[in-house]
Write a protein that binds this ligand. Structure first.
Ligand SMILES: Cc1cc2nc3c(=O)[nH]c(=O)nc-3n(C[C@H](O)[C@H](O)[C@H](O)COP(=O)(O)O)c2cc1C
Length: 188
């Protein structure tokens, strides 16, 4: 028996991709900014590409529009409180790196810094933008990527607690990835 879900809640049914911390350079203030982002998806392998939806009201929207570069940082579950914080206060008002105790580490290819505490990083350059209502879809090419040794090979080793990603479920609720299943010998 299924019950109807309000259309305003419908996309929350599929809102479980990894929640990330996006870091951006802020040359105006001479310090970087960082914010939480759940609405992000890969859109290509070669070249590696992704798209994310950024709200026009976010300070980072202005920074990404100007710099056309950013870093997607993958937090593990130990960072869930810092992620929630970075998703609920604005860099207009607070130095979030400082307030959340996060470390800005120089990236290889872009001016935006990595968030040192995160376990993986995708350095991105914007290739295209598309207005989406009042917000913006930012399409970007991944120009460098790195991940914590031992936690990522061709997949995240979430059997190790340090590799467990977080997945926004709405409000202040997050799921933590905790088991991996390999499918083989199914006779295909
Ligand atoms: C778990 C979580 C996921 C979020 N996902 C998005 C998102 O996909 N896109 C977006 O624009 N804002 C998202 N936000 C909201 C921004 O992180 C939030 O508005 C933040 O304060 C913006 O910071 P800024 O003003 O420093 O850029 C999310 C917030 C949380 C807590």
């Amino acid at each position: 028996m299924k019950k109807p879900v309000n259309l305003s809640d419908a996309v929350t049914l599929i809102n479980h991709g990894p929640t990330v911390l996006v870091s951006v350079d802020d040359p105006g203030l001479g310090k970087p900014n960082v914010f939480a982002l759940a609405w992000i998806t890969p859109v290509g392998f070669e070249p590696p590409a992704l798209v994310m939806l950024v709200g026009a009201g976010n300070y980072s929207h202005k920074l990404i529009s100007e710099a056309r570069e950013f870093v997607v940082n993958i937090p593990n579950s130990s960072l869930v409180e810092k992620v929630d914080y970075c998703g609920n206060v604005s860099g207009r008002d607070v130095d979030k790196f400082k307030a959340a105790g996060l470390t800005a580490v120089p990236a290889q290819k872009v001016k935006a810094p990595l968030v040192g505490e995160c376990i993986g990083h995708l350095e991105c350059r914007v290739t295209e933008t598309k207005p989406w209502g009042e917000d913006t879809l930012f399409f970007a090419e991944v120009v460098a990527a790195s991940a914590e040794e031992g936690l990522f090979t061709d997949r995240w080793h979430i059997e190790n607690p340090a590799a467990r990603s977080i997945h926004h479920m709405g409000g202040h609720w997050y799921a933590v990835a905790a088991s991996a299943v390999e499918v083989r010998n199914v006779g295909l």
